[in-house]
Design a protein. Structure first.
Length: 102
């Protein structure tokens, strides 16, 4: 039986655990020049916070030097950071926004 070749190899399905992508905090940093009302507008416009929550975050920024605006995937966080920086620059405010891994 030289012409027949039998392969008894059995492939087993290996399950791999897929972990969710890393999430990133978007932070606003305090400065001495950007008006508090402008920070509230930014928080409402780009992070969909209501006026009360936006005011709480703004006060945290003011008192502690920085505040978390939200937690997002890397691409969404990077986009929000760029939108906030652009908007602040357009309105001639030095407001800084950054992201860091959660």
């Amino acid at each position: 039986m030289a012409g027949k070749h039998r392969d008894d190899t059995v492939l087993e399905l290996e399950r791999t655990k897929i972990k969710p992508p890393p999430m990133f905090k978007v932070l606003i940093l305090n400065d001495d020049y950007t008006p508090m009302d402008f920070v509230i507008i930014v928080l409402q416009k780009f992070f969909a916070l209501d006026r009360e929550k936006a005011t709480q975050v703004m006060l945290k920024v003011h008192r502690e030097g920085r505040g978390v605006c939200g937690i997002f995937s890397k691409d969404v966080a990077a986009t929000k950071v760029e939108l906030v920086r652009s908007f602040a620059k357009q309105h001639q405010h030095p407001l800084q926004c950054m992201m860091e891994e959660n």
